[in-house]
Design a protein around this ligand. Structure first.
Ligand code: AMP
Length: 536
């Protein structure tokens, strides 16, 4: 059996797996239903069986209570996705079933083992979300070589990393449930993320909802029907609305048959109407794109190219508005496969670069079998066998709680690290000095917040707190004694916090991590448990 490594796009609404074949080409591997992408929907069918994909998506209509959709939006933000059979299931466990479906179907389809993978995640994912994604891979029994950002994977696939001159690329990614815009600078040595922005709750599903509302209204007026549609009719209409939307990407008009309350209506749906009822949604993606461009321009980068990623960019309204607004014709190549294919190319790169540079001696058994070589000559691939650093920007802001106004004593959050700050060496360190509030204050409580707020100060919101450390102070310290706070964020997103009393030079160190990061024992336990479940 040939050895391959794989790229997995673990998407909000659809997921996809790809590999690079012997000729150096990235290919998507079909699932057992014969489609290139698999709906990211998991249905708990029985205590020892889950159904993933199109069948689960259709089951969502009849078995909504045991079905999870959009689990990606919970990654790193919650410990709970669904309760089944008296047990709470985490987003990591649910995502692991999606990964297993992709991996197990792919293994059968190409008759090879699926073990070493690169999994992608949105550029805005912080540590907690990235760790949750990696843990989902481990629970699924995979060896996660790396987690990379979706726009970086897309740029690798689009071949942007092949060109030698420096370029600034904007990736406009409109998927099923999320919208992301990322600006990157690419040259022969590195790929640098300049900024990313987006809306985590805006995607094809909102275009579907707009189409659904329109179709329901048309049905109501044709049939003079005033009641609400029941749950079944709504689910049925949602599937038809999504299908009609997709047809309108290729045709100017499409008929839709709406069935509800014992009646049938034929509605002629035009692209013009569809564009009109969804124009506010499109506009909000353009507003986000404008603000990302403004951040990039402030830092001296001017966009040269626009790449389209995500199934929803097949809607002609997307290309039209971008070309009209920015005067650049966007590139669109297999938008719903580009991320998985780019991740597969990256996986080859990582796998080869991780190998020891010695030719193994066949007489010495290799204990962990780690040097199994790939049947691919990296020179044939778009990366040309080159190693290129991926430089990231911070994906979150990190703040400390302070009292700015001693009279009102109202606490505020003061951002130390601001989202999109560059991390040129893969890390960033920021120090600021604050004064103690009271005379003889016994200690300083350092409370740290992780958020998307980009202003220097914002209101305290406990939802964003990620940890606290206490620095004991010497006795009789006067008010306004200097306390130096240092935040150091590394490439894995782990934040080290140091508090130093500059009078006594006493220090405290703490490592902050989101409360939703699963510990490794739980990951191992879930991995064992997951093996008992059959994935269909
Ligand atoms: P992704 O998450 O990137 O796989 O994108 C999934 C979204 O793309 C879903 O909302 C799909 O309905 C949408 N989509 C797929 N194909 C098309 C198409 N031809 N036209 C419009 N939307 C599409």
């Amino acid at each position: 059996m040939a050895k391959y490594v794989y790229g997995i796009d673990l998407g909000t609404t659809y997921s996809c797996i790809a590999y690079v074949d012997e000729s150096g080409r990235a290919n998507v591997i079909k699932n057992l239903e014969g489609t290139n992408t698999t709906p990211s929907v998991v249905n708990f069918a029985s205590p020892n069986q889950v159904v993933v994909g199109q069948v689960a998506k259709e089951n969502a209509v009849i078995d909504p209570r045991n079905t999870v959709s959009l689990v990606k939006t919970l990654m790193g933000k919650s410990n709970f996705a669904i309760s089944y059979n008296g047990e709470d299931k985490s987003p990591e466990e649910v995502s692991a079933y999606i990964l297993r479906k992709l991996a197990e179907d792919a293994a059968k389809e190409i008759d090879a083992e699926v073990k070493d993978v690169v999994i992608t995640c949105p550029a805005y994912f912080g540590t907690a979300e990235r760790t949750a994604t990696k843990n989902a891979g481990i629970i699924a029994g995979l060896n996660v070589l790396e987690i990379i950002s979706e726009p970086v994977a897309a740029a690798i696939y689009y071949g942007c990393t092949k060109e030698s001159e420096e370029k600034t690329i904007l990736v406009y990614d409109l998927g099923g449930g999320t919208f992301d815009v990322t600006i990157m600078s690419i040259n022969s040595e590195k790929i640098e993320i300049i900024c990313s922005d987006g809306d985590h709750d805006l995607g094809g599903k909102d275009w579907d909802s707009a189409a659904m509302r329109y179709l329901a209204d048309e049905f109501a007026s044709q049939k003079s029907y005033n009641g609400d549609l029941d749950e079944y009719a709504q689910q049925d209409l949602r599937l038809k609305a999504e299908k009609a939307k997709q047809q309108l990407s290729a045709k100017e008009k499409t008929p839709v048959i709406v069935e509800a309350a014992g009646e049938r209506a034929r509605i002629d749906f035009s692209r013009e109407k569809f564009d009109e009822i969804t124009s506010a949604l499109l506009k909000s993606t353009i507003d986000k794109t404008d603000s990302a461009i403004a951040v990039a321009e402030q830092r001296g980068f001017k966009v040269d190219e626009i790449l389209l990623v995500g199934g929803s960019t097949r809607m002609p309204q997307v290309t039209n508005v971008l070309e009209e607004k920015y005067g650049i014709k966007p590139k669109i190549l297999e938008p719903d496969e580009a991320v998985a294919k780019g991740a597969a190319i990256h996986a080859v790169n990582v796998y080869i670069n991780n190998q020891p540079n010695v030719i193994p001696d066949p007489s010495i058994p290799d204990p962990d079998n780690s040097v199994e070589s790939l049947p691919i000559d990296p020179m044939m691939m778009s990366i040309g066998g080159k190693k290129r650093a991926i430089v990231v920007a911070t994906t979150k802001s990190f703040a400390i709680e302070v009292i700015v106004d001693k009279k009102t004593r109202e606490p505020k959050c003061c951002n130390m690290i601001i989202k999109n700050d560059p991390m040129p060496d893969g890390s960033i360190t920021v120090s600021k000095t604050f004064g103690t509030v009271d005379t003889g204050q016994g200690e300083v409580e350092i409370t740290v917040y992780e958020s998307d707020f980009m202003d220097e100060y914002f209101d305290v919101d406990e939802d964003y707190a990620i940890g606290t450390a206490t620095l004991e102070l010497p006795e009789n310290l006067p008010a306004d004694s200097p306390i130096e706070i240092t935040f150091s964020l590394n490439s894995e997103g782990i934040l080290e916090v140091t508090g130093k009393d500059l009078t006594s030079n006493k220090e405290i160190h703490a490592t902050m991590q989101s409360k939703y990061i699963m510990n490794s024992e739980t990951v191992e336990e879930l991995k064992e448990k997951s093996k008992q479940m059959a994935v269909m």
